[in-house]
Ligand binder design. Structure first.
Ligand code: GLP
Length: 243
């Protein structure tokens, strides 16, 4: 289902509403969280719902999509820091239930296999939140990724490094590799919630939703999933032919 709302605020409100409904319906459930600029507004609203309505995170399990290789959890630009700064630090989640891939694993292959087992042991992800890169990536699955890929180490595309440089003091500080859930891993979530806002995402959104299913556009793999909710603002939807 594709829903187009006028602006970022409305997309954020709607996303937070969907996530909150999921948490209320299945308090012991499993949510997959994403990072990036896009979900920040939705996370702010979840924090507000926790404060004003007691939205309860205490029995929830979470898995994050990805992490930069080489950044320690307390590095300000790590995705660990991002999640604690924008969401986990302000709600009653149990730290031991909030899983984020390590960027410092000694045996990365083992850590990736363990990660997959941990998701399986938790019963699988009920709702996976996703953003989309301007090059069509999901998580850090860059163009060329196998559509059945699993959790692994990947090299970041030049465009992703440039896009994400805004979060770092200097462009040369952006890590060149990351550990990410694979496209196959993501597609196993029972429901996917993709958010995209801004005209810089319009091309990737149109290619993902209306183009051929191809590793050149990793997000096009979402067409293979039967339960995808897409939330767009008008700018991100502007290149879709049918909405
Ligand atoms: C990063 C993340 C993705 C995210 C994408 C879009 O590279 N690994 O999970 O979807 O960027 O980010 P933004 O929301 O900042 O545009």
């Amino acid at each position: 289902m594709v829903e187009v709302l006028t602006d970022y605020q409305l997309v954020s409100d709607r996303a937070a509403g969907i996530i909150a409904d999921q948490i209320r319906a299945t308090p012991r459930g499993v949510i997959g969280f994403a990072t990036g600029g896009t979900p920040i507004g939705a996370y702010d609203r979840l924090v507000a719902l926790h404060r004003t309505q007691g939205l309860d995170f205490s029995t929830l399990t979470t898995f994050n999509l990805d992490e930069y290789v080489g950044l320690s959890p307390d590095h300000p630009q790590s995705y660990h820091s991002f999640m604690w700064q924008h969401l986990f630090g302000h709600v009653n989640i149990r730290a031991s239930h909030a899983h984020i891939l390590s960027g410092l694993a000694h045996d990365v292959d083992h850590a990736c296999t363990e990660w997959e087992h941990r998701i399986e042991a938790s019963g699988g992800i009920d709702l996976q939140i996703l953003g989309i890169g301007s090059n069509g990536h999901i998580a850090f699955n860059e163009p060329g990724s196998s559509l059945t890929s699993r959790t692994r180490v990947v090299e970041l595309a030049e465009r992703t490094v440039q896009d994400n440089a805004r979060f770092f003091d200097r462009p040369d500080k952006v890590p060149r590799t990351a550990v990410t859930m694979g496209i196959g891993t993501i597609l196993e979530a029972r429901c996917l919630l993709l958010m995209a806002t801004g005209d810089h995402k319009a091309h990737a959104v149109a290619a993902a939703l209306e183009g051929p299913i191809t590793p050149d556009v990793p997000a096009s793999a979402l067409q293979r999933h039967t339960n995808v909710h897409v939330l767009l603002d008008s700018a991100a939807a502007s290149q879709l032919s049918s909405v």
